[in-house]
Design a protein around this ligand. Structure first.
Ligand code: GLA
Length: 378
């Protein structure tokens, strides 16, 4: 049981148990944080735009206590020092968060921590944001910083940008720390204002199916940083700070790659705002059409889709999904479909068959309801 009398999740119990076994004592804090899917608003966050993610019920948990200076992963059965090492490993994420806290003037003392998670890694469900957010929340509690969640999200993003070296926007860390169960989170990535938008899929008799194409990628090795640079170039050509400030009429002043990237960002920002209106009106048909339009734009203009992601979206359309699109950065990873609850089994079955025919890896499927954000459970 946790402090509010709720039963601990399996990953939280696993982290707690791993801590006891590895360090021979009781943890002082146990926290966990979820992965996320993004419903709509892709590659808009680092352009100062809008995103609409929700948390998934797959999490990374950490049990932590002061002293020791060692990090243990139950998933890899691997123990590492808290100090930086030459070779990149999972331990870079918690180390990066400790470094980033220190950079922000909140110096954590030495600590020991054990991790356990069930967010599929490298699949676009933000396992990295989940381990960062869980660590940040646990260290915040352990060392009594009492920082607002928004500050913790920025600290995690800085770890990702400057310690890990991937120029991600703020979406994933914000989603992991601020999402609420039963709702999506509309984030204005310029002002950093965030508002929950209720999403009661059960009442609408709908399901969100996630297809993990199993095409793994760490963002460091993809065109992610290049996409970001093209957007900055396009903003410079237009004489504006960020593509958030561009209107559709401005696009005629661009050409080539800059035009394509900017056109995606400008139209995607509009789609997010329309999608929020559609959700508020419980108009899931319109919401779904916006998802399909987002996928087409990510495929044709942003060029981050893959044959596997496109095949899932095609299958979803054939199976009567209201909408479907790749979610997260693209280049592999996951896609989502919004489908009448009764149709998800047939979608997964047909998609599996199509993947086999095409000679793709066997995909994995998950079905999610919007879950709660990061929590301290002990
Ligand atoms: C990754 C990044 C996010 C965001 C998405 C694309 O998930 O971490 O910041 O840019 O890609 O929308």
């Amino acid at each position: 049981m946790n402090r509010s009398g709720k039963t601990m999740r399996e990953v939280e119990r696993r982290a707690e148990e791993a801590y006891r076994k590895t360090f021979g004592r009781e943890p002082e804090v146990v926290a966990s944080a979820p992965g996320r899917i993004n419903l709509i608003g892709e590659h808009t966050d680092y352009n100062g735009g809008f995103v609409l993610p929700c948390a998934v019920d797959r999490r990374v948990a950490v049990a932590a206590g002061e002293g020791g200076g060692r990090l243990y992963s139950d998933d890899f059965d691997d123990i590492r020092p808290l100090q930086r090492e030459e070779k990149f490993s999972w331990a870079y994420y918690p180390r990066g968060v400790a470094w980033s806290l220190e950079q922000s003037g909140n110096r954590p003392g030495t600590f020991r921590a054990a991790f356990a998670g069930d967010v599929p890694r490298g699949s676009g469900l933000s396992s990295s944001a989940a381990i960062e957010a869980a660590t940040a929340l646990a260290l915040d509690r352990l060392f009594g910083f009492e920082l607002p969640r928004r500050d913790l999200a920025l600290i995690c993003q800085r770890a990702e940008n400057e310690y890990i070296g991937v120029q991600t926007g703020i979406m994933d860390q914000y989603a992991s720390l601020l999402c609420e169960a039963g709702a999506a989170l509309l984030i204005d990535c310029r002002t950093l204002e965030a508002r929950s938008v209720p999403l009661d899929l059960e009442r609408a008799d709908l399901a969100l199916v996630v297809c993990d194409t199993r095409v793994e990628r760490g963002l460091a090795g993809t065109g992610y940083n290049e996409r970001r640079k093209s957007c900055e170039d396009a903003a410079r050509t237009l004489g504006i700070k960020e593509l958030r400030d561009a209107a559709e009429a401005d696009l005629k002043r661009l050409s080539g790659e800059e035009l394509k990237r900017a056109r995606h960002v400008v139209t995607e920002n509009r789609r997010v705002m329309e999608a929020v209106e559609a959700l508020r009106a419980e108009d899931y048909g319109s919401f779904g059409r916006l998802m399909y339009a987002s996928h087409a734009s990510l495929c044709d203009d942003y060029e981050v889709s893959t044959p596997e992601l496109d095949t899932f979206v095609e299958c979803a359309k054939e199976e009567g999904a209201l909408g479907a699109r790749l979610t997260g950065a693209g280049f592999g990873g996951c896609a989502i479909a919004l489908i009448p609850a009764g149709g998800s089994e047939s979608l997964c079955k047909n998609c599996r068959r199509r993947f086999a025919e095409e000679g793709f890896k066997e995909p994995a499927f998950y079905s999610f309801l919007p879950a709660s954000g990061a929590e301290v459970v002990r």
